[in-house]
Design a protein around this ligand. Structure first.
Ligand SMILES: Cc1cc2nc3c(=O)[nH]c(=O)nc-3n(C[C@H](O)[C@H](O)[C@H](O)COP(=O)(O)OP(=O)(O)OC[C@H]3O[C@@H](n4cnc5c(N)ncnc54)[C@H](O)[C@@H]3O)c2cc1C
Length: 435
């Protein structure tokens, strides 16, 4: 396999950040006890925890691209504590709901601690989120979500159209719920900050894709300019695990895209509501995610498609901007003349049955990932718990992570991977005005 299997582009949240000194790619033969592959939130949390558990050992953390160019630096920046589960409240699922929210909360708490301890400048904003509905199906979903929040005794405020409009400056939504426990952040700044504040026994190498794994004892990893011998290997590679022969057709990549406006003027900002920073999550799974960012840009993401687990080309991205634009103008007609300045795509790891993956894949090889679009806080908790699990430790968090159902197989069909295509497509059923 070649290094070209890990392409990237210059788009996304990293475009807003200052140049950063990347770590050198790995060269020459290496012998280490631990290797973590992938420096997204999962790999970063895992490496940090391994560093705490094995203070006298070196942990090698390898990233195929530059830090911040994977999904962890390209998401919408909602660090969730309370998950929304589509459909009516199911009393027999209470333990499941609580378990996911426990994992989310643990990850969010870890991130908060690290951001504070290392003074990571990532626009961390503890304002919670607006879960909103524009169309009939999602208004029904709003009632479901409210019942769930009541049953689980989670703090929230229900809002009607006028109250949403007063806060956010759009009449588009018919109903919504504000959940105060949740954090907005600049994702690329977060992962860069986490990577640059690693303990001394973590050695990070960027632009160092692992190209193959030999099933020997100890394990041998092949890179373009290096060969590593290691006792234990953590794969935090998200949907790209299949490139190394793992979880093929259980975990696939769905490609999402969105746009940012330029920075709004004072007058344009005044045409919005009373809040100066907010985040909106749609109650329809295929609906748009919208933010007013700390630096006063509006950001909207509303496409998802099966694209073979790859980013969109510049041409494809330019075409998707028509869809972003339509979503933007129906929400903010008063800002119809404000142009988009940036567009980006990113790939999230999804499974057919919306499960996550955690645990041992083969002797001495462990994997965590595939969070179906909600991995910032959850991936952090999974990564830290995987370090414990791979070190032979058990904890309540490890048990919570181990309790997910196995992934469902996504059947390959001839022509265009229709199975994967349909898995992604299904999220738009009935999306209507929520897109
Ligand atoms: C557009 C978009 C919006 C999203 N919005 C949100 C949101 O608001 N909130 C939320 O919680 N989640 C969101 N998500 C999902 C979230 O980004 C992911 O769940 C999370 O980032 C997964 O983290 P990870 O570390 O497991 O994987 P990644 O961030 O994908 O990291 C895996 C890393 O492994 C590297 N890698 C892969 N293979 C190799 C190899 N062979 N050798 C070396 N390195 C390798 C990759 O380059 C990559 O950097 C969104 C995703 C997208 C795409």
């Amino acid at each position: 396999m070649s290094i070209d299997k890990y392409p990237t582009d210059r788009h996304g949240w990293a475009e807003f950040l200052r140049q950063r000194q990347a770590r050198q790619p790995l060269r020459g033969p290496q012998r280490v006890p631990w290797v973590v592959v992938g420096a997204g939130v999962t790999g970063l949390a895992c490496a940090r925890r391994l560093g705490e558990l094995h203070r006298d050992q070196e942990i090698l953390l390898l990233e195929a691209r530059l830090v911040g160019q994977g999904s962890s630096g390209r998401n919408s920046g909602f660090a969730v504590s309370v998950s929304h589960f589509s459909g009516g409240f199911a009393a027999d699922q209470k333990d499941f709901y609580r378990r996911i929210n426990r994992i989310n909360q643990a990850g969010l708490d870890m991130l908060r601690e690290q951001v504070l301890e290392h003074a990571i400048d990532c626009q961390w904003h503890e304002g919670g989120f607006y879960h909103v509905a524009a169309d009939r199906l999602s208004v029904e979903e709003c009632d479901n979500f409210q019942r769930y929040l009541q049953e689980l005794e989670i703090e929230h405020t229900s809002l009607e159209r006028e109250a949403i409009s007063e806060r956010l400056g759009t009449d588009h939504y018919r109903a919504g719920i504000h959940v105060p426990n949740g954090v907005l952040l600049q994702p690329a700044a977060l992962v860069r900050g986490l990577a640059d504040s690693m303990p001394a026994n973590i050695r990070l190498c960027e632009q160092s894709p692992v190209l193959g794994i030999e099933n020997s004892t100890p394990l041998t990893l092949k890179l373009e300019n290096s060969e590593i011998t290691t006792d234990k290997l953590i794969l935090a590679t998200n949907y790209e695990a299949s490139k190394l022969g793992f979880l093929n057709r259980y975990l696939i990549g769905s490609t999402l895209s969105g746009s940012f406006t330029r920075v709004l003027s004072k007058r344009e900002l005044a045409s919005l509501g009373s809040l100066r920073e907010w985040g909106v999550l749609s109650l329809h799974g295929g609906g748009a995610t919208v933010r007013l960012t700390a630096d006063h840009r509006l950001c909207l993401r509303n496409t998802a498609e099966y694209h073979g687990g790859a980013l969109l080309s510049d041409r494809q991205l330019a075409r998707r901007q028509a869809i972003h634009r339509a979503g933007f103008e129906k929400r903010f007609p008063q800002l119809a003349s404000v142009p988009f300045e940036y567009a980006w795509s990113g790939v999230e790891g999804i499974s057919r049955n919306m499960t996550h993956f955690f645990g041992r894949q083969r002797d001495n090889i462990y994997f965590a990932g595939g969070y179906n679009g909600s991995g910032v806080s959850r991936g952090t908790a999974f990564g830290a718990a995987l370090a414990d699990y791979a070190s032979g430790n058990r904890s309540d968090m490890v048990d919570d992570c181990l309790a997910f159902s196995p992934g469902a197989w996504i059947p390959p069909r001839p022509l265009l991977d229709i199975g994967a295509y349909l898995t992604v497509r299904s999220r738009f059923k009935g999306v209507g005005l929520d897109r």
